[in-house]
Design a protein around this ligand. Structure first.
Ligand SMILES: Nc1ncnc2c1ncn2[C@@H]1O[C@H](COP(=O)(O)OP(=O)(O)OP(=O)(O)O)[C@@H](O)[C@H]1O
Length: 704
């Protein structure tokens, strides 16, 4: 923008010399041309202001005009001549030329005309007046000559002045040209200067903006530095306070150090005393450690002794033992069907068609079978009575007494039953094969005994046994034993093995039972689950339970029509002694043992087949036990018919001399079921009287 503005400047500057020149010309030209009477002018181009100068002209004498003007006066004669001169332009008036014809006295100049009357006088007067006019005209002409001369002089002067002024003008023009050139040069210089100036200004502006930026940066830096400085000042103040505080603390510490040094000295001496005591204590500790090791060895020996004695006791008790458990009467038992039938078998005195009493206790009395428990000390005896009328109308009472390893009355709890079972479970962790099976008619309480209910008090033998195995395994850790456990759960239904822990809902695989020489039984293609905790075992059992084949029968609304076998295998290693042991625990919930006509399965082909298979397998179990008994009696070469059923073949190793077997006989308390109960009691007695040899512990030392 500045550049553009400045570009207009040269026009102004170029006018300046012209302005300066004007006064010079004016002053010079005005002087000689003051007198403008001649009307001469000097013309300068484009001049304004003063009148233009023109080349001066000589004044013109218009004689003709004079002559014409003098028509009213006589023509002027030069004083030297009276007549007209040749070449003179003055002409006499026409009237004067005519007068001699009218009596003129004299003619010519100087001639005295005598008055010829009034006209002569007038003529004379006119002549005088012409003469005076001629004189005046001559005087005027002379004066005009003088004026002309003076004018000519002036013209000459003016011409001289004009020449001088022309020269001056030329000089002025050349000066102007010079000045214009100078002005052009000056303008160029000025332009360059302006450009340089503009560049310089631009440079300076850039420099200024750079410097402004720099200033701003420096100001920012200054502010930041000031803030830092403030912070540092604060820090310095804090540090000063800290230093002052620490100085005080140092003084305190110095004092304390002095005090502590005194204490150290005192403690040093106490330490010396303690060092002496420590040496003594180390010696005592060494003695104590030796003593502990000795005691641990004694404990281990004691444990071995305990096992030995436990085993001896078990052997003394017999390797196959039988517990008898009678379940309580349930509200569901007090139905007319049960009560009506009971009258015929129990001999309780109630006879149809008498109406049933409404009192529940009375109903219970009617329903109850005559079962007594005379041995209230050892609880080993159960007496079953049956009253009937003879044909003669006499009352007849039949009574059967049975002895078992333990008899549990209806009010016995699950915990009491398990206390007796737990000793066998203990044997399993000691490396024995243990088999517990529940036997009894449908609805007698087998499943309740083995699996139990969901509450703590109703928990059955299987979960309790598992918990005990885990507990014992945990306790044995302190004695160097580490156990690994695994489990499987099978069902034998219609002589077919089903894996209850299989992947699908129904097991369609064909499973085979295999026994190896080490006494281990395996079933092909069944899921063996590592058991890690009692809770995990519980969930495994509930899964298995949900898959059990359950069918309704007349005997029990939720009758199990299959044998279920839960097997827990446990392997232990003792890192201290190098001993290993391997045991198994088979917990078997047998299917109902009722007879065909009792089960009501006669009309149903499937039920009939189920019942036949159940009875066949239970009968095979009886045969195996009987054969084992005979073998125990010295008939050493007696064939044991394990293969007669899947159940006996599966439990072969747990029913042989190498195992400990417990049969829990479950009885119904109902008079209506008394015949079935008697059958079961007889079967259990047969088992109880069987001796199947001495159980063998499956253990070996590291060396063996
Ligand atoms: N000792 C007991 N205390 C309380 N209730 C019991 C007892 N024993 C069995 N019961 C109850 O008796 C009923 C039948 O018992 P359970 O199902 O155990 O008989 P089961 O012999 O296993 O029959 P199944 O052969 O059909 O399986 C169940 O309702 C069960 O809860």
């Amino acid at each position: 923008m500045n550049g553009l503005k400045r570009k207009t400047a040269p026009d102004d500057t170029t006018d300046q010399p012209r302005k300066r020149l004007a006064p010079i010309l004016e002053s010079e030209i005005k002087q000689p041309l003051q007198d403008s009477k001649t009307g001469t002018n000097l013309t300068l181009p484009k001049r304004t202001g003063p009148p233009p100068l023109t080349r001066p002209r000589a004044p013109e004498m218009n004689i003709t005009r004079r002559t014409q003007r003098a028509t009213s006066a006589p023509p002027t004669r030069p004083p030297s001549s009276t007549g007209s001169r040749p070449g003179s332009s003055i002409a006499r008036p026409t009237t004067a030329a005519k007068r001699p014809a009218a009596g003129r006295v004299a003619s010519g100049p100087g001639a005295q005309l005598k008055p010829n009357g009034p006209f002569d006088f007038q003529f004379q007067a006119l002549e005088d007046r012409v003469a005076s006019v001629e004189n005046a005209r001559a005087a005027d002409q002379a004066r005009m000559h003088a004026d002309m001369e003076s004018e000519r002089t002036k013209v000459a002067e003016l011409q001289a002045n004009h020449l001088a002024m022309s020269r001056e003008l030329a000089a002025a023009k050349s000066q102007e040209l010079t000045q214009r050139r100078e002005l052009g040069i000056a303008s160029d210089e000025l332009e360059q200067l302006k450009r340089r100036h503009a560049n310089t200004i631009a440079d300076m502006e850039m420099d200024t903006s750079r410097k402004d930026r720099k200033i701003r940066e420096l100001e920012e830096e200054l502010r930041s530095t000031q803030a830092d400085l403030e912070t540092e000042r604060g820090t310095v103040t804090t540090l000063k306070a800290t230093v002052s505080h620490q100085s005080t603390a140092q003084i305190t510490f110095t004092t304390q150090i002095s005090a502590l040094q005194a204490q150290v000295t005192a403690l040093q001496s106490a330490l010396d005393v303690c060092t002496g005591q420590k040496t003594q204590q180390e010696w005592d500790l060494e003695k104590a450690t030796k003593r502990i090791e000795e005691l641990e060895r004694e404990t281990r020996e004691g444990e071995m002794m305990r096992r030995k004695l436990h085993n001896i006791i078990q052997e003394l008790k017999g390797n196959i033992r039988v517990f008898c458990r009678v379940r309580p009467i349930l509200p569901s038992d007090l139905v007319p069907a049960n009560l009506a039938k009971s009258s015929s078998g129990s001999g309780s005195g109630f006879s149809t068609p008498e109406p049933l009493p409404e009192d529940e206790d009375k109903l219970r009395e009617i329903a109850r079978a005559a079962i007594e428990y005379p041995d209230q000390l050892d609880h080993k005896e159960i007496v079953v009575s049956f009253s009937s009328e003879s044909a003669m109308g006499q009352e007849r009472k039949d009574q059967w007494a049975f002895n078992f390893d333990k008899v549990f009355e209806p009010q016995s709890s699950q915990a009491e039953v398990f206390e007796e079972v737990s000793q066998l479970v203990q044997s399993c962790t000691d490396g024995y094969n243990v088999c517990v099976f529940a036997y009894g008619q449908t609805g007698s309480g087998k499943s309740f005994t083995m699996e139990g209910g969901s509450s703590n008090s109703t928990t059955g033998m299987i979960p309790r046994a598992v918990e005990q195995v885990f507990r014992v395994a945990d306790e044995m850790k302190s004695k160097g034993w580490e156990y690994v456990m695994e489990g499987q759960m099978l069902e034998i239904y219609n002589e077919t093995i089903n894996d209850l822990l299989g992947k699908g809902e129904f097991d369609k695989k064909k499973h085979e039972i295999k026994h190896d020489k080490s006494g281990r039984t395996t079933v092909t293609d069944v899921n063996v689950v590592p058991l890690t905790s009692p809770s995990q075992v519980r969930s495994v059992l509930s899964l298995a339970q949900s898959r059990r084949t359950v069918a309704a029968t007349l005997m029990n609304e939720r009758s199990s029509r299959s044998h279920s076998v839960f097997t827990l295998r446990i392997r232990g290693t003792n890192s201290m002694t190098g001993e290993t042991c391997e045991g198994s625990l088979n917990l078997v919930d047998l299917a109902g043992s009722e007879r065909l006509e009792k089960s009501g399965a006669g009309n149903d082909k499937d039920r009939l087949r189920e019942t036949q298979n159940i009875n066949r397998s239970l009968s095979a179990l009886g045969d195996v036990i009987a054969a084992l008994g005979e073998k125990g009696d010295g008939k050493g070469d007696k064939h044991i018919p394990y293969r007669n059923s899947k159940l006996t073949y599966l439990l072969q190793n747990s029913l042989s001399g190498n195992s400990k077997t417990l049969m829990v006989l479950n009885l119904s308390p109902l008079a209506n079921h008394l015949n079935e109960s008697l059958c079961s009691l007889r079967f259990a007695t047969k088992v109880n009287n069987t001796t199947i040899g001495t159980a063998k512990k499956q253990s070996r030392t590291a060396a063996s």
